[in-house]
Write a protein that binds this ligand. Sequence first.
Ligand code: PRP
Length: 209
Amino acid sequence: MINVALPKGRLGEKVYKMFALCGYECPSILENNRKLIFENEEKGVRYFWVKPSDVSIYVERGAADIGVCGKDILLEYEPDVYELLDLNIGKCRMAVAGKKDFYDDNTQTLKVATKFVNVAKKYYSGKCRDIDIIKLNGSIEIAPILGLSDVIVDIVETGTTLKENNLEVKEEIFPISARLIANKSSFKFKTEEIEKIAEFLAEQVKDND
Ligand code: PRP
């Protein structure tokens, strides 16, 4: 049995469809209910819907053998897992954003609001820029508007949230896409099965290109 942690939401549904096309379908997952665990015994697969930022925790600790999460999560938390494949979906970018009239003249400590504390620290320490981190858990875009921070470090997908709040991208930090990850000991003991899934998925990634 392969245990798969899927990120709850639109991305997870896309990922499930890719797994189903590889022969690991579990039709009950598409039923509209609030169940979080779905199993297809015949196909030897069990899916869990988890919060996207928790996928790597389930996989790192072996509660799931494999999972799919964004590169942002891997760079922020650096979980001890294998990154097997770039699925080339869920594409967005990590960026610094701020009010249109904000310009960083480097004279004061920069106030940075973010969910991605480690990413922000690493980025600014690479530029030798002093920052004051303000850790938030969501709706980060409000911070510069209310003067809580000078800038934010956050995910930008379509750019709509920034635009509708009169903010703009100041610097791009890195591109993001969804990655297939595996627990290290699962990979050792279920190598064949996990590699088979990774190969099937890689074929679909090629077809999507
Ligand atoms: C993310 C991110 C931005 C938004 C960007 O938020 O933090 O707020 O998506 O998307 P856009 O460029 O397409 O507008 P999410 O929906 O994860 O909610 P959050 O407020 O909890 O971070």
